[in-house]
Structures are given as C-alpha cells and as structure tokens.
Design a protein around this ligand. Structure first.
Ligand code: ATP
Ligand code: MG
Length: 402
C-alpha cells in the first residue's frame, strides 16, 4: 500500500490548507477596493427589481481588475433577491470567447429558457421568435451579461436585435452588460451601438501594490497553513503584479505557483525566492491567456507576425547588410495575414484596419514597432515580436481548431 505513488502524494506535507482559495477561479465573498463599482452596478440594475428595464451597462478595465468577479458577485445577489421576492427576473452569463455570433448567443439564451427542448437545426428567425415569446409570456426582466464582448463578430447587429426586442415587449425587458479589457473596442462600434450599450459605463482601475497586498492577505489566510508564507513573499507578489499591470490575477497566480514550487522542493515555507522563481512561469501563463482573449482579427495578425518571425528574411540596408534578422516589414506581415485569412476562411480587413491592429498589439506589449529610417528601402513600419514566436504559433493553431 505504501508503495503506491498516490498514497505518498496525498500524505505529502503541503504549504496549503485549501489551494482552491488562491486559484484565480475562486470568487471571494468580499471584494475590497470595489465598493464603489459594486454600488454603481447595483443602482443601474435595481430598476429590474421594480419590473422596469435596467440600464445597459458597459464595463471596461485592464486584465485582472475584477470586472468578471464584481459582475458575477452583484448578479448573484440580484438573482437571490429576486428569487426571495418571487420576481420575474432572469440573467445569463455568457463568455463570448465560446459564443461569438449573434445566433450562438440567442441560441444559448433560448436553451436556458427551455432546458428540456433541443433547438439544434432550427432557423435563426425561429430561435429569435422563441426568445421573444418566452420573455413576453413570462413578463421577464432579462439581463444578458456578455463577458469578453469584443469577441462577438456581429456586435452591432446583436446589440440592435437584443435592444430592439424591447419594442415588442409590453411588460418585461431585455438589457445587456458588456465587459471588455480591450481599450479599442468602443472605437470600433457604430455610434448607435455605442450609445445603446454604454448607457452607463464604468472603468475599473488597476490595483496598486498596497491594494494587491491586502487582496492577497485575505486569500492567504484561507489558502495557506499558518506561517507557511512569509510577509515578504506576499509583498514581492504584490509588487511584481503592480509593476507589470496592477492585475490581481497575476498576483494570485504568483502565490499559487510559488506555493507549488515550495511543495515540490518539500519546503515548509514560501519565501520571496519561490515567488521570483514562479515569475517567469506565471508571465507565460498570463501572456497565453491574454492572447486567447484577443479578438479574432487581432489573433490573426499576431499569428501572421509569429509565423513570419519563425522564418525571418531579415531587414537589409541598401548595401545588402542584415540590420536585424528578427525585424519584419509590415508589408510582409500583411501578405502573410491575408494568406492566413484565406486559409481560415476569414475575411481579411483593409490595410487601414490592419495598421490599427498593429497599434493595438503594440499597446498590449506583444510587439514593438519603428519606422524604417535611412539605409532601409522605402519608409515602412518595422515590427518585432516581443514574445516567443513558436509559443504563439502553437497556442493559436490550437485555438483556431476549436
Ligand atoms: N477586489 C478583489 N478582491 C479579491 N480578489 C479579487 C479582486 N479583484 C480581482 N480579484 C481576483 O483576481 C482575479 C481576476 O479577477 P477577474 O477575473 O474578475 O478580472 P477581470 O477584470 O475580469 O480580468 P480579464 O479582463 O482578464 O477578464 C480573480 O481571481 C479574482 O478573484
Ligand atoms: Mg474577466
């Protein structure tokens, strides 16, 4: 019995008491530094409790600023309250990474309304009719939460359809909460969509080191054994995450991975040494999750850059000398991008939009760009990938298969 590897594994000493509490998936009961955001959101949704249409809401903030956690927290409370009071309210949380079209989103809603029926194969108009009929018949106040809304391919059409349905409803309503960490998302909406979706708006600021320390402190007590983690380890995780991005997910993951490293080394305490050791691994995980949450077109451009970086032709000056083999002409990337779009049956955007996307990718820190100066043919943008090209190619190839 004692020879069994699992026996040994389970009995191995660990710095954790409950590892799940330091996982990024754990939703704490208390959300420090988000009181105002919670209050605002409750106020904007409160009309639903008086059988009126709540505001449409748009929430923007950088990664790990608590958007998803806050919205789920408030929606849970709203649902519980309305159940207690027997109010006709329903909400649906949709991560648009998994549901990217208007049809997929409406289909998901209808499936929620009629869990025992199967709507596969029905036409779009039938699905929309079912959607509307259910809301009408139940005099429902229905709130659709669209997380990672920048992933939706037909956002103007979806917003129009959902909100227009209110014209056909006498009692009840349909409203939306959109969530995004993409600064450029709003710029790309048509003005009617923008004014509809952003009836109320909130911007969640990044956390500073002190705030992250306190957020971590709350979770450390639940996740680690007493004295199994030093104060300086917590400070180090908070400082690293604050410096990089003010991202609570990164801070939480640093402590999780540092704890795992301590366990692996059979150490009884997590110190700043493990936190610094965990940094690189966490950075890679954060980068991967950022790439996966990018809108499709940005992913395609990044994929083209990564692919071109694997076989760089290099930039030559007028005398034919290589200046830097990791730098690529933007024109070369545009050609690669067009080819990739064709392979994946996606419509390629114009060169103007392509340039926008290059700027976006630079803002997120994936690439750096310079304008070619003297000595290089023409006057063109030169692009350099700041992360490992092969990791990006592997990650996106896998994601595109889904
Ligand atoms: N105020 C807070 N108190 C405690 N934990 C928090 C707080 N804000 C965020 N977190 C934690 O940080 C992690 C990331 O939060 P969340 O997923 O809500 O971020 P997000 O803003 O939705 O990020 P993204 O843009 O990447 O989706 C989660 O584990 C969450 O529990
Ligand atoms: Mg989120």
């Amino acid at each position: 019995m004692s020879d069994n590897i699992f026996y040994e594994l389970l009995n191995q000493d660990s710095v954790f008491t409950d590892k799940s509490k330091i996982s990024p998936h754990y939703a704490p009961e208390k959300l420090p530094f988000r009181d105002q955001q919670i209050k605002d959101l409750s106020l904007w949704l409160a009309p639903a409790l008086k059988k009126a249409k709540p505001h449409n809401i748009f929430i923007y903030g950088k990664v790990g600023t608590g958007k998803t956690t806050v919205v789920k927290h408030v929606i849970d409370q709203l649902e519980n309250f309305s159940k207690d009071q027997n109010l006709p309210l329903k909400t649906i949380y949709i991560n648009c990474r998994n549901y990217q079209t208007k049809y997929a989103i409406l289909f998901y809603c209808v499936q929620l309304f009629y869990p025992d029926l199967n709507f596969i194969g029905y036409s779009r108009s039938f699905i929309y009719d079912k959607f509307l009929t259910y809301v009408k018949e139940n005099k429902l106040n229905f709130i659709v939460i669209l997380d990672e809304i920048d992933k939706v391919k037909e956002i103007d059409d979806l917003t129009y359809t959902l909100i227009r349905s209110n014209d056909e409803i006498d009692i009840g309503s349909v409203s939306m909460i959109g969530i995004s960490n993409n600064i450029f998302f709003k710029n790309n909406l048509d003005s009617r969509t923008k004014s509809t979706l952003c009836e109320q708006e909130a911007v969640y600021p990044p956390y500073n080191a002190e705030e992250l320390k306190s957020i971590l402190g709350q979770r450390v007590d639940l996740a680690f054994k007493k004295d199994a983690i030093t104060d300086s380890a917590i400070n180090a995780a908070a400082a690293i995450a604050a410096k990089e991005s003010g991202d609570a997910r990164r801070a939480v993951m640093l402590l999780l991975r540092a704890g795992e490293l301590a366990d692996l080394n059979r150490s009884t305490q997590v110190t700043d040494k493990e936190v610094y050791q965990a940094k690189e691994k966490v950075e890679l995980e954060v980068m991967k999750s950022m790439v996966l949450t990018l809108p499709l077109q940005l992913q395609l451009v990044l994929f083209a850059i990564a692919q071109s970086s694997l076989k760089p032709k290099g930039i030559l000056n007028l005398t034919g000398q290589a200046i830097d083999s990791n730098i690529i002409y933007s024109g070369e990337i545009f050609d690669k991008y067009s080819e990739i779009c064709e392979n994946y049956c996606e419509k390629a955007v114009s060169i103007r939009w392509f340039r926008e996307y290059i700027t976006e990718l630079e803002t997120y820190g994936f690439i750096s760009t310079t304008i070619s100066g003297k000595g290089v043919k023409g006057n063109t943008t030169l692009i350099k990938l700041g992360i490992d090209a092969q990791s990006i190619v592997d990650l996106l190839e896998e994601d595109f298969k889904k």
